[in-house]
Design a protein around this ligand. Structure first.
Ligand SMILES: Nc1ncnc2c1ncn2[C@@H]1O[C@H](COP(=O)(O)OP(=O)(O)OP(=O)(O)O)[C@@H](O)[C@H]1O
Length: 643
């Protein structure tokens, strides 16, 4: 107490001396609590460590943006030998007093026949050791429960300490997965009233920030499940209010979160949580979970780990592929990209002719292609439930679509790689893939949407011949060998149906242009020949519309910069318009699409936000809106409702 008073009353110099004078104080929290050193359960010695560490951190960042830190802090990764693992059951965990009665009851009521290998391997070490943990297990094997159980037990063990603060942060790469993890937690919580006091909340992009924060203030959750961007936003404003007592952070789909694109945000989250932690900067334990964790994960993870030791708990043998063995994989090779569009439709048609109780997911490369393909499928199979799912759909609708498809027994879910990781749709019989995924590891995650929780499943990939280097890469880099391969035999009747099913050539053209950009960005990582791929996709426009003279219309600028195609080849593949004749170019397009194009241009240029207007301007803005709508009616524009 004396020390505390002195610290507040005296100046910096003395504080420094005081710190040195009591440097012999052991930093164990038991000691600190007994002798009242430090406030709110935080030992003074730890605070000193924290200050020093912060200084080191800032210095290191100033010099080398964190990479020096990486070199200084090397983590020892321990792979416990196989014989160390025993058969772990819920009963055993309870008998050994590792889990509480409340948690035991809740999980038993979920009626799982036993714990899965990843649950058996990870729950005990997370509860018993103080190290960070990296866990690798195949898709659909219950990794979510494997990290939720020890976290819930931790909340039970520490229920009296900071009961209104966040104690665990779970980070997910996609919003839908974050919502699913939170709902998995609630399912466990609902099984036992004793767990209801540990509140949880999802913080994800695409939702109202202020509403989320109001909920945070009333709910005071102990568990946060979040996407990196939104979590950083919340931390930048309210870190001290809620996040000073975090004990655990979990990175689900860790390999994705540590890749370029997320890496910086995750590091920022980690640094902020460390800096403000009541117990010091090294306090937070980190758990990494994924089905695809290469040897490089250790290097990547070091930047966000705090502990010196890390347990690598692996349920996949070193020589075994990461893809789930219960997924029967097939490859259908098409001669052209146009065939590649038709082949999966043929496959669905044949499957539905046997029995229409069919639930499948179709992965496609881009957002625009998802819309095109989904519309085409809807026209060809009008009475079958077909869902379009990608990142450009607003979050409310996305959440509704996921919930609906989870409940359905039959239907097609057409999506981009935003649905590749983590989503758990019960009863998916088959995964179809049109083209390659955005990254190699996503192949494993895509096919992992079937054969979940011990069930069997099928996965069929449809590739055109220029994409075959992808298959070689799968076998050399991931040890995945697709033995069942066949060639697609074109069905002229279906081909006609597909052409008739297309609503507009503009929709097809836009989706093919998005594919040209996609392959340009990703093709080299799969060793594709970009020119051949571009030629295939561009020529599929005429092939699908059954007029080989037709070419995709685009500006020379787009051909050069978006698709990387120049000169003679650009003239050969596209119907080129230059910037100068851009308006003229649009004059040629059909009336409806011209109106849509102009309306979107109009709404972009005239769009204004009412929140920027004060009361005096409001009347003028009302007049403007009225006039604008009148123009819209006259010229058949689609007027933006937000005006
Ligand atoms: N012990 C268990 N026995 C049977 N099923 C289980 C068990 N634990 C979890 N499950 C179920 O298995 C399914 C898949 O679980 P989960 O989504 O956690 O898998 P995952 O390993 O995280 O998959 P992914 O790698 O795709 O993210 C869920 O429906 C879950 O309820």
């Amino acid at each position: 107490m004396l020390i505390n008073l002195s610290r507040h009353a005296l100046g910096f110099t003395f504080r420094k001396e005081l710190t040195q004078a009591i440097s012999w104080v052991p930093s164990s929290s038991a000691f600190s609590r007994k002798y009242h050193i430090g406030g709110r359960g935080r030992s003074f010695a730890k605070r000193r460590d924290s200050r020093n560490a912060k200084y080191d951190d800032r210095e290191a960042r100033g010099r080398d943006d964190g990479s020096l830190l990486k070199q200084l802090r090397s983590v020892e990764v321990i792979r416990p030998p196989e014989e160390d693992f025993e058969n772990v059951t819920l009963e055993l965990l309870k008998e050994e007093k590792l889990i509480d009665n409340a948690l035991h009851k809740a999980v038993s009521r979920m009626n799982f026949p036993s714990l899965t290998p990843v649950q058996q391997k990870t729950i005990k070490p997370v509860l018993q050791s103080e190290n960070d943990v990296i866990a690798r297990a195949k898709t659909g094997t219950g990794k979510t429960l494997a990290f939720l159980m020890p976290i819930i037990q931790h909340l039970i063990n520490h229920r009296k300490e900071s009961p209104y603060m966040v104690k665990c942060v779970i980070i997910s790469p996609t919003r839908d997965l974050a919502l699913q993890i939170e709902s998995e937690y609630k399912k466990i919580q609902d099984k036992n009233y004793g767990l209801s006091k540990f509140k949880s909340m999802a913080l994800i992009g695409g939702t109202n920030f202020d509403a989320s924060m109001r909920k945070m203030f009333t709910l005071r959750p102990n568990i946060i499940v979040a996407t990196p961007g939104r979590l950083n936003d919340v931390l930048s404003k309210f870190s001290h209010k809620f996040f000073r007592s975090v004990d655990f952070k979990v990175l689900d789909e860790a390999d994705r979160l540590l890749e370029i694109g997320f890496e910086d945000e995750v590091k920022q989250i980690s640094n902020t949580l460390n800096e403000i932690n009541n117990e010091g900067p090294q306090h937070i334990r980190t758990l990494f979970f994924s089905a695809t964790l290469g040897d490089n994960v250790q290097g990547l993870a070091e930047g966000v780990m705090n502990r010196e030791k890390c347990l690598f708990l692996d349920t996949i043998d070193k020589n075994e592929p990461e893809a789930h063995e219960k997924v029967a994989q097939k490859l259908v090779i098409c001669q052209t990209f146009a065939e590649n569009v038709e082949a999966p439709i043929n496959h669905v048609k044949q499957r539905l002719s046997q029995d229409d109780n069919y639930k499948a997911i179709i992965f496609v490369p881009t957002v625009s292609f998802t819309s095109f393909y989904c519309n085409l499928l809807k026209r060809l199979f009008p009475s079958f439930p077909i869902f379009e799912f990608h990142g450009k759909i607003d979050q409310k609708k996305r959440t509704r679509l996921v919930q609906e498809f989870k409940k359905l027994r039959r239907g097609l879910f057409v999506c981009t790689d935003v649905g590749a990781r983590g989503l758990d749709f019960p009863g998916v019989e088959e995964v179809l893939q049109v083209g390659v995924p955005s990254e190699l590891s996503n192949y494993v995650h895509r096919i992992g949407r079937t054969a979940r929780a011990g069930k069997e499943g099928k996965a069929t990939s449809f590739l055109f011949k220029e994409e075959l280097p992808f298959v070689d890469l799968l076998s050399s880099a991931r040890k995945i060998f697709i033995k069942d391969q066949s060639e697609y035999i074109e069905d002229p009747v279906l081909s006609e149906e597909v052409t008739e099913g297309m609503q507009s050539s503009e929709e097809l053209s836009n989706s093919l242009q998005s594919l040209l950009s996609f392959y340009r960005a990703n093709g080299s990582s799969y060793h594709f020949n970009n020119v051949r791929i571009a030629r295939q996709i561009a020529s599929s426009y005429g092939q699908l519309l059954k007029d080989s003279d037709l070419k995709i219309r685009c500006t020379e600028h787009d051909a050069n910069l978006r698709f990387g195609i120049r000169g003679r080849l650009a003239h050969e593949l596209f119907d080129l318009g230059t910037r100068r004749n851009y308006d003229d170019f649009y004059e040629k397009t059909p009336r409806n699409s011209r109106a849509t194009h102009r309306s979107s241009r109009a709404s972009r240029s005239h769009k204004f936000d009412e929140r920027n207007f004060d009361k005096r301007d409001r009347r003028r803005s009302e007049d403007f809106k009225e006039r604008f709508n009148k123009i819209g009616e006259r010229t058949n524009f689609r007027v933006d409702k937000s005006l």
